[in-house]
Design a protein around this ligand. Sequence first.
Ligand code: SF4
Ligand code: SF4
Length: 56
Amino acid sequence: MAYIINDACISCGACEAECPVECISAGDDKYVIGADACIECGACAGVCPVDAPQPE
Ligand code: SF4
Ligand code: SF4
């Protein structure tokens, strides 16, 4: 289980700095979450302006 960033992502980068385990990084067309490291804290979803990070 992990959070996944969906296609609504506008690559603003806000979530990257909020992740306590630093598992979010910029991808080709959106930001991506490293599923193995994600602890499902929800911090990324809390700062996202478009609600792109969602629980898997
Ligand atoms: S849910 Fe928490 S641990 Fe998982 S990517 Fe978002 S901020 Fe990082
Ligand atoms: S905060 Fe939301 S829109 Fe911004 S990079 Fe993260 S997932 Fe994408």
